[in-house]
Ligand binder design. Structure first.
Ligand SMILES: Cc1cc2nc3c(=O)[nH]c(=O)nc-3n(C[C@H](O)[C@H](O)[C@H](O)COP(=O)(O)O)c2cc1C
Length: 399
């Protein structure tokens, strides 16, 4: 997402400047081109040389140091950038931005930029809570700037409070979100998509359960792919896989819990993608205490709700329903039957009988079975690429 992005990094005076060195390296590692400008106060905390060596570019410090007669530096960086990142943003610079002051290189360039502005405040908790700082932040937000909330925790001053420079992963996640939301052309913008992932766990007793080999990788890859195309994604998952902060994650365990979440959210959704491997059965009685070892044990199972079938029954005509069919034989035939029986719009059929694809591995080969087209094989490749193909099908469907 950062590949080829031109990021102007504006560093202001706060104790968190040293953390921004690492943030800058991460952005560069992810393909961004970064140019840095620092306030005089920022230079008190970390030498510009550190930023210069690691960004491989000289650092903008002084508005009046104009070495190239062809350009005016603060206007040049303002026009060059796709994104203006202010990190850490001091209370002082936030106040100046809110008032429209341009008294150093950083504030002058920020006043001149037309790029989206992303601000990462970091300061003492009382400075942050101060009404005037809050009013300034509100003003910046109202002007369309993205202002992060700082982390809560142990501050440099030696006490707990809200004002810490946020964790790097959270900054990167929110940056991606802000950058994505700038792009109005994304095809799934305005669409809400529910995606289910992982194998459900059906409890036998507090320590035992029935489950299957699904890892959730396919569903999580679909969530990422749909989000990248502009959708609001709600991921209902049983998986322990990590999800980026920009995807709303609802953790569930059993088929019944998954059914409840899907049922609650489905009314407001434009599409449901059932990539989860939902157990067909669950124990009729769940033991409250751990069962003792016995010579023989018969488990009585009851049928679980068929989530795809139920949503197919209540779906509105404009809602799109995508199901998965994990089979070991007669794959296309079963997929066609499922398509009709469940009132789905697409069945993604996959062969789980082979070890290099399907459950619990990073690759998959699937066949897309719909009412309108001939079955389309998406050959063996990474699940992230398969996910993109499925989401492309959804985009075509909306077109
Ligand atoms: C040790 C030390 C730590 C500071 N940490 C912060 C900080 O984290 N956040 C902040 O807003 N100001 C902090 N300040 C105060 C700013 O550096 C000061 O307000 C300065 O004028 C900011 O200038 P600038 O906005 O032009 O960079 C700190 C000052 C000192 C001496």
């Amino acid at each position: 997402m950062f590949k080829g992005k031109k990021i102007a990094l504006y560093v202001t005076g706060g104790i968190a400047v040293y953390k921004v060195v690492d943030l800058m390296r991460e952005l560069i590692k992810n393909g961004a081109e970064v140019r840095v400008a620092m306030t005089p106060s920022a230079c008190e905390f970390v030498s510009p040389l550190t930023f210069q060596v690691l960004s491989r570019h000289f650092i903008y410090l002084n508005t009046f140091e104009e070495n190239d007669p062809e350009v005016v530096n603060h206007i040049n960086i303002a026009d060059w950038s796709d994104l203006a990142l202010v990190a850490p943003a001091s209370a002082n610079t936030i106040a100046k931005l809110s008032a429209g002051l341009a008294d150093n290189f950083v504030t002058s360039a920020l006043l001149a930029t037309t790029a989206p502005v992303f601000i990462v405040p970091a300061m003492n908790a009382n400075m942050y809570k101060n009404t005037v700082t809050q009013e300034n932040i509100e003003k910046l937000k109202n002007r369309g700037h993205y202002v992060m909330t700082p982390d809560k925790g142990f501050l440099a001053e030696g006490y707990e409070g809200e004002g810490r420079f946020p964790e790097k992963t959270r900054i990167l996640d929110e940056l991606k979100l802000a950058m994505r939301d700038q792009d109005m052309r994304l095809p799934l913008k305005g669409k809400t998509i529910i995606i289910t992932a992982g194998g459900t766990k059906e409890r036998i007793d507090p320590v035992r359960f029935i489950s299957n080999d699904s890892s959730g990788k396919m569903g999580h890859a679909l969530a990422e792919a749909a989000w990248r195309q502009g959708a609001t994604v709600k991921l209902i998952t049983t998986s322990q896989l990590e999800t980026p902060g920009y995807i709303e994650r609802l953790a569930v365990e059993s088929a019944a819990e998954m059914y409840n979440e899907v049922h609650t959210l489905f009314k407001e959704a434009d599409a449901l993608v059932m990539a989860a491997a939902v157990s067909d059965y669950s124990p009729k009685n769940v033991e409250k205490k751990k069962m003792k070892k016995q010579n023989e044990l018969t488990l009585e199972l009851k049928k679980n709700p068929d989530i795809l079938m139920e949503m197919g029954r209540i779906k509105a005509p404009q809602q799109c329903l995508i199901g998965f069919a994990a089979e070991t034989d007669n794959i296309i035939e079963y997929a066609k039957e499922k398509l009709t029986a469940k009132h789905a719009d697409l069945i993604v059929a996959n062969d789980v009988g082979k070890t290099d694809r399907g459950f619990n591995v990073d690759s998959n080969e699937v066949t897309l079975v719909s009412h309108t087209d001939e079955p389309k094989v998406i050959s063996l490749q990474e699940k992230s690429k398969i996910a993109r193909e499925i989401i492309n099908w959804l985009i075509e469907y909306y077109n």
